[in-house]
Write a protein that binds this ligand. Structure first.
Ligand code: NAI
Ligand code: MG
Length: 361
């Protein structure tokens, strides 16, 4: 019996709703499974905890988190806490503390999902985001606060080591996909230091991957290409800020923020990796029971793949596609279904598929 220990951090807002749903689906996936089991431990690291106790992560928290096989994360963000505090004190402490330098964001149009973009069925992308430095390295400061002379700096930091490893990761990802295409995104015309370093290292690494077809695009130009020629893109590699923006665009073009997943990977495996839907805590729909749980489910698929459970990952993805393909969709996709209804339907589909496998085997 293989047991995967999973740390669950629901966080804030709809994070609690969709992660609860995701846990139910994962538990259903292994019920009566002879070989695989999950042990979940839930951590109440949230803005409520911060407001009550002054911290998101208690002392010793990261040390304990480190012992898990994977982290399943909801969202963090509250109207009572400035966003830069919640983000840096919880999510980035984990991403940076655990050197989860590769952020992976697949985008593709799932069956039954309507996009506003004509030709969106041609979207099949993986956006690779550098997740440990760059524009979000936290390098900067403010002086003369509140005075007319006030100055704020936000300095992007690019290291050869950091850039090289994300490019290599992106090339490996491109190699694992049928089309083997990789597009480099920077802004090296206007930003002539760090971005030029990015370009140079990319083409150095490219020499080790002759089978990968490469091209490059400026970040402004790629937004139009995503919309006008979606079929020309496969894997895209970009900096922390650029890929953050591009992946929200990718999510909207392929349906909704509510269905898009992401993985924060520590590829070396020295620390656990973290899996989360890309959306935030969504104050406007919190508590209404209508949050789309599909982003959290697809995220669980990525976590299963990372844990080496490819058969279960395939089964869950097929169940998700069957349910949303049948038209049972949340309001963000134009449907009427509640979080609970979609979750119950995906659990049923998972059980049906397990039965079918048992019948054959
Ligand atoms: P958001 O992703 O929470 O919401 C944007 C819009 O998308 C809202 O209208 C929301 O209702 C909708 N939406 C998002 N997820 C949905 C789902 N699963 N089903 C249906 N509709 C969904 O982004 P926003 O409003 O910019 O941020 C709200 C809070 O979340 C802020 O505090 C922000 O800092 C935080 N945030 C946290 C993230 C994280 O933990 N990784 C990511 C993005 C935002
Ligand atoms: Mg974002």
């Amino acid at each position: 019996m293989k047991k995967h220990r999973i740390a669950v951090i629901p966080g804030d807002g709809i994070g609690l709703e969709v992660i609860e749903a995701g846990k139910r689906v994962l538990e259903t996936l292994v019920e009566n499974h002879p070989d695989v089991n999950f042990e979940f431990k839930t951590f109440d690291w949230s803005s409520r905890r911060y407001l009550e106790q002054g911290e998101y992560i208690p002392e010793g928290g990261l040390e304990e988190l480190r012992t898990f096989d994977a982290i399943y994360f909801g969202a963090v963000g509250s109207e009572q806490v400035p966003d830069h505090v919640s983000l840096w004190d919880l999510r980035l402490k984990i991403c940076q503390g655990f050197d989860q330098y590769a952020n992976v964001r697949p985008a593709r149009l799932l069956p039954g999902v309507k996009s506003r973009l004509q030709g969106a069925e041609k979207i099949d992308w993986v956006i690779i985001r550098e997740n440990s430095e760059g524009e979000y390295s936290g390098n900067g400061g403010r002086v003369h606060q509140g005075l007319p002379e006030e100055v704020g700096t936000e300095v992007s930091l690019f290291t050869r080591k950091g850039v090289e490893r994300i490019h290599r990761f992106a090339f490996d990802m491109a190699m694992s996909r049928p089309r083997r295409k990789l597009t480099l995104v920077t802004k090296s015309n206007a930003q002539r230091h760090g971005m030029v370093l990015w370009d140079e290292i990319f083409f150095e690494v490219a020499r080790e991957y002759p089978e990968v077809e490469v091209d490059r695009e400026l970040v402004d130009a790629i937004t139009t290409r995503m919309i006008l020629k979606p079929e020309t893109l496969d894997v895209v590699v970009a900096t922390n800020l650029h890929a953050d923006i591009l992946s929200d665009l990718a999510a909207a073009l392929s349906g909704s923020l509510g269905i898009a997943p992401t993985a924060n990977l520590n590829p070396g495996g020295g620390f656990p990796s973290m899996f989360e839907p890309i959306h935030g805590s969504a104050f406007d729909i919190t508590g209404k029971g209508i949050a789309n749980p599909v982003g959290a489910f697809w995220t669980a698929v990525m976590m299963l793949e990372h844990l080496g459970e490819n058969a279960l990952a395939g089964r869950l993805m097929a169940a998700i596609e069957e349910v949303i393909g049948s038209g049972l969709q949340a309001p963000d996709l134009g449907g009427q279904a509640t979080t609970h209804e979609i979750t119950a339907a995906v659990c049923d589909a998972v059980r049906q598929k397990a039965k079918a496998v048992q019948a054959v085997g």
